[in-house]
Design a protein around this ligand. Structure first.
Ligand SMILES: Cc1ncc(COP(=O)(O)O)c(C=O)c1O
Length: 391
């Protein structure tokens, strides 16, 4: 029998970065010292207290049984307590909080919960790619909302055509933003909530980088009065607690949406390992002791990396948070050509802005999730680049 993969799967474009990764591996195999700043995978190990807690939780036999899809009460209560401390918001642990196997998993599943075939999903451009995955698999139509530098990489809500807004069910946003590093203000969230309520659109704000901010603490869209009627927010332990490999995150907000997502997931998965859930409960309880050092590390990296890029003639807005620098090179070229040139000439692999959407064209994304020594070496190489060879 000839295996035919589904039309939906075939409709996915090949992952743009695959070819780049292949080339980087081939160069490495030839003995070249390739530095990769292409992916956002934190190099900082998980705090020892969290690891110690997890080890002791692994030893408990009760944790070896199936977890509950929406998460155990210990973790959901700690999440509620953390949101109260961080944002002054009360979420009931029972129906306004649900645990995810990484926020990516919840983000990919959400469209199945709220969209029907043909509904529109608004997706920022440039974007984190998983918003599109879920919406396309759910049979939705996509409207790309440009994030332009002149608007601080915030969507221009007034520019979304009314005929699209009328058919839109879901709007994904992500602040502090990957890839641009921009932050959202409370004033923007206020306009967003007003717009969404008027147009009956569900807001899904992805707060994966909410605690890696470099100025004032990043606000939550759910702080805006009335937001809870239309919004949910996704959180991740991956960056805040440097737990990317542990695969755990959560969603909070509108109870109908949170419970709907949980209902879908009950039919798909059984939630993360209870030992990991309890380790995250420990992390949340000790958040104020653990996270400032992580935030400071990324702030310092962003500072010196931006200073170096600026001196080398790159053009960019400094990130307000997150783990990335989103910049235009000294010459105006297609992102992919710039990235290949850097890889060929100085063995530094970066992510082409065009891989995040058409409005990313011309940009390059640098990830700051490598040790300081590696970042400094990469910067030195980038600064030495002679761009005259890039045609
Ligand atoms: C914007 C954004 N959202 C979500 C995620 C996924 O996070 P998690 O590890 O919790 O699945 C990432 C990971 O890089 C991200 O950049």
């Amino acid at each position: 029998m000839k295996i035919e993969l589904s039309d939906k799967l075939k409709s996915f474009k090949p992952f743009l970065f695959e070819e780049l990764y292949r080339k980087a591996s081939a160069e490495r195999a030839k003995g070249k010292d390739i530095i990769s700043l292409a992916v956002g995978d934190p190099d900082v190990p998980t705090a020892p207290g969290i690891v110690k807690c997890a080890v002791s939780e692994v030893r408990k036999g009760l944790n070896h049984r199936y977890p509950n899809t929406k998460g155990n009460e210990n973790l959901r209560c700690e999440i509620s307590a953390w949101h109260k401390r961080r944002h002054g918001l009360n979420f009931h642990y029972n129906d306004e909080v649900s645990i995810l196997i990484g926020s990516k998993e919840g983000i990919a599943h959400l469209p199945f919960v709220v969209m029907n075939e043909g509904d529109y999903c608004l997706i920022p451009d440039p974007t984190y790619p998983t918003y599109r995955t879920g919406a396309v698999l759910a049979g939705g139509r996509i409207y790309d909302v440009p994030l332009l530098e002149k608007n601080g990489f915030l969507p221009d809500l007034g520019a979304i055509p009314q005929k699209i807004a009328d058919k839109t069910k879901l709007f994904f946003l992500n602040y502090p933003n990957n890839p641009t590093g921009a932050g959202a203000t409370r004033a923007f969230y206020k306009d967003l909530v007003k717009w969404a309520r008027k147009n009956e659109v569900i807001i899904a704000q992805d707060a994966a980088y909410c605690d890696i901010y470099f100025g004032k603490p990043a606000p939550s869209v759910l702080e805006i009065p009335g937001a809870r009627e239309i919004a949910v927010e996704f959180y991740s332990a991956s960056k805040t607690y440097c737990m990317a490999g542990w695969r755990i995150g959560w969603v909070v907000g509108n109870s109908k949406i949170v419970c709907g997502l949980n209902q879908l997931k009950e039919n798909i998965d059984s939630g993360p390992f209870n030992a990991i859930q309890n380790a995250v409960a420990f992390a949340l309880k000790n958040h104020e002791k653990i996270v400032p050092a992580v935030r400071e590390k990324f702030r310092k990296r962003a500072d010196y990396f931006c200073d170096g890029l600026e001196a080398a003639g790159w053009r960019f807005s400094r990130p307000g948070g997150g783990c990335f620098v989103w910049a235009r090179p000294p010459v105006n070229r297609k992102s992919i050509d710039t990235v290949y040139y850097m890889l060929d000439k100085v063995s530094v692999l970066t992510a082409p802005g065009s891989g995040f959407g058409k409005y990313g064209e011309g940009f390059v994304r640098f990830s700051l999730t490598e040790p300081d020594t590696v970042l400094r070496k990469a910067l030195k190489r980038i600064s030495s680049l002679d761009w005259s060879g890039l045609k």
